[in-house]
Design a protein around this ligand. Structure first.
Ligand SMILES: Cc1cc2nc3c(=O)[nH]c(=O)nc-3n(C[C@H](O)[C@H](O)[C@H](O)COP(=O)(O)OP(=O)(O)OC[C@H]3O[C@@H](n4cnc5c(N)ncnc54)[C@H](O)[C@@H]3O)c2cc1C
Length: 396
């Protein structure tokens, strides 16, 4: 996609957000019936205008043009938390759509991917369990056992985002208990109305929780699915999860950039407008430092994101780049929003500014899709391995 086309696309998404989504943001935040009705209308309008599923390529039913173009676009989509849902590229459906596109059989794509891309169904991704570490998923305990031509699932998951009201989930379960740790699990597509499956939303900081915004405990009690619901090969659950989580992490960071940029704009505007001790806040050295530090962090995240997206588009291994970006950007996101709140004083904590909601949402960035500490570990391990092998490390 040419730079001009990317910029045109970005302008169209920005105009839609400014005109239709940002003005109703406080109503959407209520997560009630009215919010749901508005979201339905906004989705229909976005789809009619061709601003739809930009994470997937046209052959999968989307309007995507590759990772680099999507990185750019997501900086706009990320400005308002609800926009990803309006444009049907929300987590976890976006990641699920990507793996169904990459690993699903034709029948699976017809039955599960098509309604997802059309916005007729939502899904959830069910990996993390309450009883064992999610940071180290080799210990997951939920099982899927073959019984005739069916799989029988048993176990308990939580933090299955968006499970309430979803049509199906993609579930990580142990199918090969005797295999080496990273080959023990497979992924299975499980309809949400399967007998034995129960879904219970768990209240989480920052959300009232309804439908797409829920984080749920999901129990699988002798849940039966046909053998053709296996996604990819037996024992390939981890590999597929990595394929899903790698790009998914960049999707998050791209959206965080939108949040950071918006917080930064609010901070600068407020600093110029608000007077204290005989002059605008913008003249105080501390506030100037916050603005300069935020500008540097945002631009560093932007360049790291573009670098990782470029490598993914080129088919190169971007594991270190992705992990490095994930923990660095989570810190930057927290810093920038926190400084913006501080510059706003008490106003930053109220529902008269979007900052309070942005602030609570940002906390999870340090945990979901791998805690900061694990990403730091991945980066340093890879670099040290290269040094130990006498190769040293440099980013290419
Ligand atoms: C908003 C949100 C949405 C989510 N959505 C989903 C979803 O849709 N599907 C899904 O399956 N999961 C989801 N998760 C779960 C998420 O992926 C897990 O919370 C995450 O992987 C961490 O697992 P855990 O919570 O079990 O923490 P644990 O594994 O118990 O780790 C706890 C803490 O231990 C520390 N730690 C762990 N390992 C190391 C290490 N090697 N070195 C140093 N410190 C370490 C870290 O500080 C970490 O935060 C979501 C989480 C959040 C917050």
């Amino acid at each position: 996609m040419s730079a001009v086309a990317v910029s045109k696309q970005r302008t169209a998404y920005r105009a839609f957000i400014d005109e239709h989504i940002a003005p109703v943001e406080d109503v959407l935040q209520r997560e009630d019936d009215e919010a749901e009705r508005i979201l339905r209308d906004l989705r229909a309008r976005a789809r009619a205008e061709g601003l739809w599923a930009p994470h997937l390529p046209p052959e999968a039913g989307g309007t995507g043009e590759g990772f680099l173009a999507y990185a750019d676009l997501n900086e706009e989509i990320g400005r308002v938390a609800w926009a990803q849902y309006v444009f049907n590229c929300q987590a976890p459906d976006a990641g699920n759509g990507e793996i169904l596109h990459q690993f699903g059989t034709q029948e699976q794509q017809e039955r599960w991917l098509k309604p997802l891309v059309a916005g007729e169904a939502r899904s959830f991704f069910s990996m993390t369990e309450p009883d064992v570490s999610g940071a180290d998923p080799t210990g997951l305990q939920t099982t899927a056992t073959r019984n005739g031509d069916e799989w029988v699932l048993n176990g308990r998951k939580w933090f299955s985002s968006g499970a309430e009201g979803a049509r199906f989930g993609i579930v990580m379960a142990v199918t090969e208990p005797d295999a080496e740790p990273r080959r023990r699990m497979s992924q299975l597509i499980v309809p949400a109305d399967a007998p034995g499956l129960t879904i219970e939303p768990v209240p989480v900081l920052g959300h009232r929780g309804r439908g797409w915004t829920t984080h749920c405990e999901v129990t699988y009690d002798d849940v039966r699915v046909p053998q053709e619901n296996l996604l990819g090969e037996r024992g390939a659950g981890f590999l597929i999860a990595q394929k899903r989580l790698g790009p998914g992490r960049i999707h998050h960071v791209m959206r965080w950039l939108g949040q950071m940029q918006r917080a930064f704009e609010l901070m600068c505007t407020r600093a110029l407008e608000r007077e204290a001790f005989g002059g605008p806040l913008a003249e105080k050295q501390t506030v100037q430092n916050w603005i300069a530090d935020s500008a540097a962090e945002i631009q560093a995240c932007r360049l790291l994101t573009l670098d990782a997206a470029h490598k993914i588009d080129d088919g190169r291994d971007a594991r270190v780049e992705i992990s490095l970006l994930k923990f660095y950007a989570a810190d930057a996101l927290s810093h920038v929003i926190d400084r913006a709140v501080q510059v706003h004083g008490a106003l930053g904590l109220t529902n008269r500014s979007p900052l309070a909601h942005m602030y609570t949402n940002a906390r999870g960035a340090h945990i979901y899709d791998g805690p900061d500490e694990v990403h730091r570990m991945v980066v340093s391990r890879r670099i040290l391995q290269a040094f130990a092998a006498g190769e040293g490390w440099r980013f290419s």
